[in-house]
Design a protein. Structure first.
Ligand code: NDP
Length: 329
């Protein structure tokens, strides 16, 4: 067995965490030989902390071989002490009548201090994945605050993996193959309804996806279904898509930490200007992971249709960045 690593999860009493904690504890994220110390973080509200205690009792009752210990925290400063992997799930939900700018600002108040605490308290090589929405701009805020204290913005990602997995599943059911046979799906941009699920480079059982599905299906079915899948799940289930979001978070962190085996995975990472996207914003890109790091895949062709969609989602992220400008100073 390896030496235990510390995995911090915020919003630990919430819905997504209720799936995520158990997947991390079972070894799905970091492998069957990697013990974990769980640092579970919640807001300092007695009822919420009580609920988290209940979740912890359940984790204990699973007697997971890989769980070294479980910690409960009500502040990022203590919760991120020595953290190796941070999953930032807790976020302020949009309240009735709340404008997008208000939502962004309210979350800035959460993710700025968390970024700073990660930079000053966590392990130097901490990997941070933001799940809480608006995930891309929350990641930008955390990375900016953390970078003033020495955190490299490349250490802070936003999750677009659920959209990536949803795109694979839609293509699999349309073409009658298993998702394992689908490669090179890309989610460009924001984890929002402007995201662009792109199949221009996708292969299905070794054949070009573009030869197997029509442009009409892509525009009228595939893209809107992937973009609005979250809303469809709320309508059907009466609750948001928590288990699939947790599963995608596990996939993202596992590939980042252990490698994507040469496969393209979509990750929200700070733009370095690749594909003409504004530098700095946290944008969904095709990435390949190895040796605990990621690279944005370069040199893919971008046709006129894709460029239009990539610009729409880029513009939304530029607007979000402008709305929180004060928090980035
Ligand atoms: P969830 O666990 O369902 O969701 C948490 C966050 O993940 C939300 O921002 C949600 O966005 C986002 N999310 C991203 N992808 C998805 C997806 N596919 N489906 C659903 N959500 C997605 O929320 P709960 O309310 O159950 O739990 C949140 C917990 O966080 C609470 O226990 C609360 O106390 C805590 N919290 C912690 C804070 C902190 O650490 N400082 C601050 C605020 C809350 P969306 O809202 O768009 O659904």
């Amino acid at each position: 067995m390896k030496k235990p690593v510390k995995v911090a999860i915020t919003g630990a009493a919430g819905q997504i965490a209720y799936s995520l904690i158990f997947r991390v504890a079972s070894g799905s994220m970091l492998g069957p030989d990697q013990p974990v110390i769980l640092q579970l973080i919640e807001v300092p509200v007695p009822e919420v902390l009580e609920k988290l205690k209940g979740t912890i009792m359940e984790v204990e009752d699973c007697a997971f071989p890989l769980v070294h210990s479980i910690e409960l925290h009500s502040s990022p400063e203590t919760g991120f002490e020595g953290t190796d992997y941070a999953l930032l799930v807790g976020a302020r939900p949009r309240g009735p009548g709340m404008e997008r700018k208000d939502l962004l600002t309210a979350n800035g108040g959460i993710f700025g201090p968390q970024g700073k605490a990660l930079a000053t308290k966590a392990s130097k090589n901490v990997k941070v994945l933001v799940v809480g929405n608006p995930a891309n701009t929350n990641a930008l805020i955390a990375a900016t605050a953390g970078s003033k204290e020495g955190l490299n913005p490349r250490q802070v990602h936003a999750m677009v993996r659920l959209d990536h997995n949803r795109a694979i599943s839609q293509l699999a059911s349309k073409t009658g193959v298993h998702g394992n046979d689908i490669d090179n799906v890309i989610i460009w941009g924001n984890h929002s309804s402007t995201q662009y699920p792109d199949v221009s480079h996708t292969t299905i059982g070794g054949k070009k996806a573009r030869d197997l599905v029509t442009q009409e299906w892509l525009e009228k079915d595939f893209i809107p279904v992937v973009q609005q899948r979250g809303a469809a799940i709320i309508k059907a289930r009466g609750l948001s898509s928590a288990a699939s979001a947790a599963s995608a978070a596990v996939d993202h962190m596992r590939d980042w930490a252990l490698g994507s085996n040469g496969k393209i995975v979509s990750m929200g990472v700070p733009s370095d200007g690749s594909y003409g996207i504004a530098p700095g914003i946290v944008y969904g890109y095709p990435c390949i992971c190895k040796n605990g790091d990621y690279e944005i895949v370069q040199g893919l062709s971008v046709d006129e249709f894709s460029r239009g969609r990539m610009t729409i989602t880029e513009n939304e992220l530029r607007e979000e960045r402008a709305a929180v400008e004060d928090l980035l100073k």
